[in-house]
Design a protein around this ligand. Sequence first.
Ligand code: TXA
Ligand code: MG
Length: 348
Amino acid sequence: MRTEVIAVCGTTADKEKIEAAGAIIRTGGLVAFPTETVYGLGADALNPEAAGKIYEAKGRPADNPLIIHISRIEDLPEIAENVPETAYLLAKVFWPGPFTMIFKKTRLVPVETTGGLETVAVRMPANETALMLIKAAGGFVAAPSANSSGRPSPTVASHVIADMDGRINMILDGGETEIGLESTIIDMTSETPTILRPGRITAEMLAAVLDQAVSDQPSRQDIHGAPQAPGMKYRHYAPLGKLTVIEGTEENVVSYINRQLHADRAAGKKTGVIGTDRTVGLYGADSVKNIGSREDELFIARQLYRILREFDDEKIEIIYSEAFTGTGVGHAIMNRLSKAAGYRVTEV
Ligand code: TXA
Ligand code: MG
């Protein structure tokens, strides 16, 4: 299959291109598109065969459900049942945005889209191209992140091309995504709304709107029995090299990592480090990446997946990363980073 790459700018000037992309989805094809979080791989959510193609293109396990993307709150009852008032309250504040809610599904939604579950995840993205595409495609677009299963999510179109060229019909290239980490997922079917995947919208932000406690995930997700989105149990976001996250005071972290690097390089390994503004000059690795300043976590969030992919391109075998705090979006950064590391987090 030839994959067409089309540049878009998210304005009405794109109307014709996006109509064409929508037609591909309506007739059962696959189109990757930008959202404010990461690039999505879209198919008609109500067409079981089309949803099946997503799993094939990504090499994704069949029991890992997809998020359905909508463009209007009015469309929610078509696919979700027993939607509590609190969900509309949250939707009013956080939609369109990096925020996904889980409900009981209606009969309209095929189990091929929900990985066999009776629940459905729904999100309205805050990206004009995405919203126009969803409308053009008929209103319900199933879209996982547009990476091959297990690789870091794509934050620019070239990441999508690297993973999906020849496997999907079209890629809409809308430049770099703003947030760089996937949406916050909250389960609205449980008594206490429960975060299954942390993101830009934090538990504190949700609790402030609901005036009710919200149950959150540990940032390292290594606690057995904690509720998780099915997809969180798979190896994910992971670079090819062996990644370890090092937590502690700046001084301890830098000296520990340098000691490890010394041994790894002596063993002939190609090494990489993820450091910050203040520390990048201090590491003796083959490839040292500056992920940004600790004062700007939103910037760090945007860099993470790109950096993990760069290590792959450079064939780095051993990677160390500094840890990030568990507050604000730092919580989501640490969640993805520790997962990418297979939960190898060392305190020094
Ligand atoms: O920001 C995002 O959410 C991006 C963009 C493209 O919208 N999408 C995304 O989709 O991250 P994906 O498929 O890569 O991750 C969706 C996660 C998976 O971990 C999946 O298991 C979980 O959502 N999920 C989907 N439906 C679910 C359900 N009914 N119950 C529990 N978890 C669900
Ligand atoms: Mg994903």
